[in-house]
Design a protein. Sequence first.
Length: 128
Amino acid sequence: MQKSNAKEFLLYIIVGGIATVSEWIVFFILGKCFVHYAVATVIAYILSTFVNWFVGRVLVFKSNELPFLKEIASIYLASIIGLLLNLLIMWVTVDVLSFNQMCSKIAATAIVFFYNFLVRKLMIYKQK
């Protein structure tokens, strides 16, 4: 991995950490309010996607080539696949394997993190 890619990835870990904390807090609170885990996952994921975009735009992907609406639309379109992966992982771990919902959420977030980074880097901001 080149030095610039390593630095970018480390910064994205920080961005991902900030977005993850926001996602987990929302998911946890909604769970305590007896919201079904799938609904809580969708709401938390939508919010964390915005946090991830905003903080990532400031710290990691500073390209000004995309107009704002196209950029945010691209982020949310790409995030639909991430959300579907998240829901699939949640379903398998919670409903099929009977794991704890919060532990399942943590595992799903970790797996989808790498997908999100690669999509932003290679497709949305087209960096090599």
